[in-house]
Design a protein around this ligand. Structure first.
Ligand SMILES: C[S@@+](CC[C@H](N)C(=O)[O-])C[C@H]1O[C@@H](n2cnc3c(N)ncnc32)[C@H](O)[C@@H]1O
Length: 332
């Protein structure tokens, strides 16, 4: 066994009880190896139902094709599952990847719900972010009877969890049509009512601002945009990417998180729940908490309760500062 295989064996051994708990709660989508904290930065190994997804970085060649094949065999033996291997090399020109011939269906499970986990699609990111299970679990537990706004919805994992948790309506907002299509497929896979599950292909910035009763700004304001009348929701989830430029302004979570959080809070009813995330490793949990508190206070809607949570155990951290920080708070 080489060093990477040894690290993977140790990671699998550490996860024995976690994997058993996951199985019992109907989850077969789990991070098996989180390289940055488990001995091989640049390498991650995930199980997505019938698929083993190995991801390496073009800039850090910690594993070549032979290593990846050996790691896959190790996973198959440890999990006693005939997993199809998909290997993604990220952040570089496409590198030769092993043929992927498994025919599907590519359906993975989390907390008893089904998700489309096709490893080959238009984008490079997996269709379900495993670290976000923590938020999906939370939302599902708090969604009963709620109206839910899911902003930067991607493939609507949050929306599916909310509806499965008894939400009465869910709005999923994203400007990527293909991601929302997967979201609708995810809802259908779980037999969830399409009437209660709205997918809105629109820019998140003007959408949130209108719902919050704020004006639409930027050069986009002079062009056409989807109109909404102001209203509030019981639960608002804000999960922005690190950076994106739009005609309505920039999504820039490092330099201007409040410009996203303020309209998101504005979309929540008094006493409603706001779940807001930050994924950038250089921003600490304490810094994020301070930004979140200050933004709400400046709006005159301080948090009555606020906690910051991280991902679940399959995403161990080497410094107690996991990149994903999830603020969960009740706004006044
Ligand atoms: C980090 S992913 C969100 C993950 C998602 N919340 C989940 O549960 O898996 C970021 C998403 O934001 C979308 N996005 C980025 N900028 C946007 C904008 N200005 N308006 C709408 N969607 C945007 C992208 O299309 C992408 O789907």
């Amino acid at each position: 066994m080489n060093e990477v295989q040894q690290s993977f064996a140790a990671a699998l051994a550490r996860r024995a009880s976690l994997l058993e708990r996951a199985r019992q709660e109907g989850t077969d989508c789990v991070r098996l190896f989180h390289g940055v904290a488990e001995g091989a930065a640049g390498l991650t190994i995930d199980r997505y139902g019938p698929v083993l997804l190995v991801q390496t970085q073009a800039s850090r060649p910690v594993a070549d094709a032979d290593d990846v094949a050996r790691l896959a065999d190790q996973a198959r033996r440890a999990l006693d599952a005939g997993l199809a291997l998909a290997w993604n090399v990220r952040g570089g020109a496409a590198v030769e990847q092993p043929p992927f011939e498994h025919g599907g269906p590519f359906v993975g499970h989390e907390l008893g719900l089904s998700y489309d986990v096709r490893p080959r699609h238009r984008g490079q990111d997996p269709l379900l972010f495993l670290d976000f299970r923590a938020a999906r679990r939370l939302v599902r537990a708090r969604a009963a009877g709620a109206s839910v706004l899911n902003v930067f919805a991607y493939t609507c994992g949050i929306g599916v969890a909310a509806l499965a948790g008894g939400a009465r309506e869910v709005w999923n907002v994203d400007f990527a049509r293909s991601a929302l299509e997967v979201g609708r497929h995810n809802a259908a896979l779980n037999g969830l009512s399409p009437e209660a599950f709205r997918t809105i292909e629109a820019d998140a910035i003007p959408t949130m601002r209108q719902l919050a009763g704020l004006g639409v700004k930027g050069r986009g304001a002079r062009r056409g945009f989807t109109r909404f009348t102001a209203r509030t929701f019981d639960l608002v989830v804000l999960d922005p990417p690190r950076w994106a430029k739009t005609p309505f302004g920039a999504v820039d979570v490092v330099n201007d998180y409040p410009s996203l959080l303020k309209p998101a809070i504005g979309c929540a009813r008094p006493g409603g729940l706001v779940i807001a995330t930050h994924h950038v490793p250089t921003v600490t949990r304490a810094q994020f908490e301070a930004i979140v508190r200050r933004t709400a206070e400046k709006m005159g809607r301080p948090f009555a309760e606020l906690s910051i949570v991280g991902p679940e155990e399959d995403f161990p951290s080497f410094d107690g500062e996991p990149p994903l920080k999830i603020a969960v708070g009740v706004v006044s």
